[in-house]
Ligand binder design. Structure first.
Ligand SMILES: Nc1ncnc2c1ncn2[C@@H]1O[C@H](COP(=O)(O)OS(=O)(=O)O)[C@@H](OP(=O)(O)O)[C@H]1O
Length: 377
């Protein structure tokens, strides 16, 4: 059937009702509409009407895509055509000059009070726990406790009771959640049970990093701390290997990196779905993605936008344009992102071999695996 120019335009305009169509039956109706318009295009012999039809088709398709993306608001359901706008990792502009845009949280909430944390970042030390906490603290519905409490991992603190613990928390409003972080909890044998007793449905967050890189990071911290007191800390090789040249399991830094031994205790008390795992190596390269995943786990809305983060060349890490208080700087302090000492390749290989089966055991327990074989130490 051939349609005249006006007929074709009228017909196309009649079909150009994206709003109604979309609301009626979503993306299927949109696809149907596009197909029907394409069919009419094909059947028209008149060049002018074909051109007009094509222009209308393009304009309406663009409007439809914009409408769909705006109405899905950047959530997971937006993956696909809308992912360009929110989810895909995007390289951000390097920016060394940015200062922190101090926006004290303008809370409008009910019943300000100190509350026990509904979520705890319980480890792992040197995996990025501070960055994670600080970034989550940008969310208007999250209140973070900046001081590590060591409440569940320290008998003296624990004996002071939950009221004492609650008193240590920052005040929050009813709709907000409070988060505490103490990396030591992960390796503490008593912490899982004690936390379970406080709240068995607490949300737990565990940030992980390649165990070898983590070990070297912890070692760099010890070297730096000792240097402050004019003490020379022994070379890594000396600490990490025993007299036979095998990896020294008595060295605390090695023990912490044997993740499976620690997680076993947590899984005695908590379901895996209660533990959200953050990839600490990815938090360094793409903080937005990891924070977005944590927002989903915590059940707070998606508020921490990609453009809050910027890469600071001098620091070598992502920093934030927005900060929780007028005194907080955009980047984490100098104890975060230290220069690691050079480590002999053979030692790295030995450590990687040592951790291989231990990592495998850990992956089986958490039903997830990480590529911890290639990162530069
Ligand atoms: N954005 C940003 N800025 C600075 N540092 C960052 C960031 N994201 C992750 N990291 C990594 O965090 C590592 C320190 O981990 P923690 O905060 O868990 O350390 S601690 O256990 O609280 O001492 C720290 O380890 P080192 O690089 O070895 O110092 C960083 O690599």
């Amino acid at each position: 059937m051939s349609l005249g120019s006006d007929d074709l335009q009228t017909s196309l305009l009649q079909h150009a009702t994206p709003d109604v169509t979309l609301r009626r039956s979503g993306s299927c109706a949109v696809a149907e509409w596009i197909t029907s318009v394409k069919a009419r295009l094909r059947s028209s012999k008149n060049l002018r009407s074909k051109l007009i039809a094509l222009v209308i088709l393009v304009v309406v398709t663009v409007i439809l895509i914009m409408y769909t993306c705006l109405s899905c608001g950047g959530g997971t359901q937006c993956a696909g055509i809308c992912s360009f706008s929110s989810l895909k990792p995007m390289k951000l502009k390097a920016d060394d000059e940015v200062t922190c845009n101090s926006t004290e949280k303008a809370f409008i909430g009910k019943n300000p009070a100190k509350r026990l944390p509904q979520a705890i970042i319980f480890g792992v030390r040197k995996a990025g726990t501070r960055a994670l906490l600080e970034f989550l603290g940008l969310h208007p519905d999250i209140v973070v406790n900046v001081v590590e409490q060591h409440f569940f991992s320290n008998d003296v603190n624990y004996s002071k009771g939950l009221e004492y613990y609650r008193e240590q928390m920052s005040a929050s409003y009813e709709q907000q959640i409070t988060i505490e972080k103490t990396p030591k909890y992960f390796i503490d044998i008593m912490a899982p049970e004690r936390i379970y007793r406080m709240n068995h449905s607490v949300k737990l967050i565990l940030i992980l990093r390649d165990p070898v890189v983590r070990l070297v990071s912890a070692y760099a911290q010890l070297v730096a701390k000792n240097k402050e007191n004019n003490i020379t800390y022994p070379p890594l090789e000396e600490m990490v290997l025993d007299e036979n040249g095998d990896v020294n399991l008595d060295y605390k830094l090695v023990q912490v990196s044997v993740y499976y031994k620690h997680i076993i205790h947590w899984l005695e008390f908590f379901d895996l779905h209660q533990i959200h795992i953050v990839d600490g190596d990815k938090l360094i390269t793409d903080p937005y993605y990891e924070i977005y995943e944590a927002e989903k786990f915590l059940g707070v809305g998606h508020k921490i936008q990609r453009d809050i983060f910027f890469f600071n060349k001098t620091k070598g890490f992502y920093c934030v344009r927005q900060c929780t208080s007028s005194t907080s700087p955009p980047c984490l302090g100098e104890t975060k992102g230290r220069q690691h000492p050079p480590v002999d390749k053979k030692l790295v290989e030995k450590l990687r071999n040592f951790f291989e089966d231990k990592n495998e055991k850990f992956f089986q327990l958490i039903h997830r695996s990480f590529n911890w074989t290639t990162l530069i130490v």
